[in-house]
Write a protein that binds this ligand. Sequence first.
Ligand SMILES: Nc1ncnc2c1ncn2[C@@H]1O[C@H](COP(=O)(O)OP(=O)(O)OP(=O)(O)O)[C@@H](O)[C@H]1O
Ligand SMILES: [Mg+2]
Length: 639
Amino acid sequence: MKIPLKAKLVVSFLAVILICGIVSTLVGMRLIGTGIINQAQEKVSHDLNSGREVYREETENIKHMMRFTASRFFIKEAISNNDIITLGKELDAIRKTESLDVLTLTDESGKVLLRSRNPSISGDYQTQDELVSHVLSTGEVIAGTVIVPREELLKEGDELARQAYTRVLPTAKARPSPETEQTSAMCIKAAAPVLRQDGSLAGILYGGNLLNRNYAIVDKVKAIAYRGVKYKGEDIGTSTIFQADVRITTNVKGEDGNRAIGTRLSEDVYEQVLEKGLSWIHRAFVVNNWYIAAYEPIRNTRGEIVGVLSVGVLEDKYTDMRRRTVAIFLGITLAGMIAALIVSSFLAKSVLLPIKHLVSASGRWAKGDLDYQVKITRKDEIAELGETFNLMASSLKERNDELKEYTNQQIMKSDRLATLGQLAAGVAHEINNPLGTISIYAQMVLDELGKDNDSCKESLAVVMKQTDRAGRIVKDLLEFARQSEPEMRMLNINDVLEKAISITNHPAELQNIKVTTNLAPRLPEIQADSDKLQQVFVNMMINALQAMQKGGELNLATRIDESGKFIEIEISDTGCGISQEHLGKLFDPFFSTKSTGEGTGLGLSVSLGIVQRHNGTIDVRSKVGEGSTFIVRFPIGEV
Ligand SMILES: Nc1ncnc2c1ncn2[C@@H]1O[C@H](COP(=O)(O)OP(=O)(O)OP(=O)(O)O)[C@@H](O)[C@H]1O
Ligand SMILES: [Mg+2]
């Protein structure tokens, strides 16, 4: 199936863009996602710091309050005077102004002297209380988070026990627990020694606030961290305190619109924070929204984990932010892809148009319209290609014209030669018979003439000689016209050459020509017609002798050529040489520079015919005035 180049280019561009787009979108989405989540987590962990600070400040406040109140003179005096009434009044006033839930005084042994909230119950010992026992043993002020059991709460009055009482609500994902209610309370409490003038312990003042349903801390945390910001009508941030895993104060609203007191921590947070004591940032589903929440344990003064402080931000804000950013990112990628598509198709078009021109030009050239030229309108690599194509077409046309011319000449020449060959063969055949008759009758007349008819004899001898010569020409003509087939047998070229030398030796001597030979020993034998090769060599030697009218040197050599595939026969003379103009015509039949009667111009054309029928070649090198060299080559073992 043929897919157009333009489609391929555009599809390739698209594929690359698509892959890049998908990869960058995926990577981008992931980076954006994690970036936004990280940002949310950072924010929430920052908020947790605020929460911790508020909680610590609250504890410190109560601690200072206890230290300050315990150092006031009226307390020491009232203890030493056992003036419970004054104490009761003063402490209750302080408790109310400082909004404390509990403010109680014990004597130096830890026995309760006065509960400012509930003066009716006193005389019990508070030595089991971790703060009181700490002051008893060290004499120092102490503050912290403590769990106060219900019976202790009841001593301070029913209200506190009621405030602390929490119905534990079933919560999805929470750790399974059989407990359905919580009766104890989690308090921030401080205890301070009351010292006499001499520095000895007169009593212990302790007081504090319940955290259960006490929204001051969580609301303060929320106010500081989130400044009342809302998202889609919901508070963006919340803060919660858990007693163990039960929510005792929070600003998360339940489905009824009230604060979601009594719900529990999810089990995985329970494990991380309450069991392992780690801070933890986690996605949490609280009541009806997902939050990104941070949790950290709250410890009592002994370092035991008694609760959890947590803050959370609505996850919606961040998921929306992520969704928006991803949408923008996708939009940009998509717009980029569309832009790239347009650019790529435009590019493909602008690249392909000149190529199309080239293709159509090639088609016209292929059909023979070599005059056609591609239009060059730009300056780039394709334009260069077009120029090269144009150049190629022009030179192709030139070569084509030359070839046509040459072929025409060749056709004319071979036509001429063929006609000439037929003519020669016909003429030779016709002349052969009368020549034979002339020769026989001349011989008969010669035989019958007496001894005294010398002049007639001489004339007849001339007739016979010229008849012989005419016979030889006829033979050459027949040879040229390829009338006689060679008789092939294995032979040694050196032997043939030597026979040819013996034939030409005598005339050479007469002409004072020195004949030298340089024949290679052990030449491989080849398949050839001995008589015909002899004819070739004799022709060439006679030509050489005729070229050396004033004497000279004829050298005959045989050898195997460098490739080892041919036998070379070299016939060189020091004769008149051949002009450049004549070199091209040497092998044309009837080309001769010799006077009529001396040369018919068939010698070399006949020789070439014979050599070619032996699959051989003839080369000529010649320099006018210096001599000529003819090299005949026959393939070894292929004839
Ligand atoms: N060795 C040579 N030196 C100089 N000229 C040569 C030599 N061999 C051939 N020629 C030239 O080539 C021509 C053609 O040679 P070719 O043998 O075909 O014909 P010819 O010798 O003229 O006549 P023929 O051989 O038919 O009697 C010669 O007339 C001569 O001019
Ligand atoms: Mg000749």
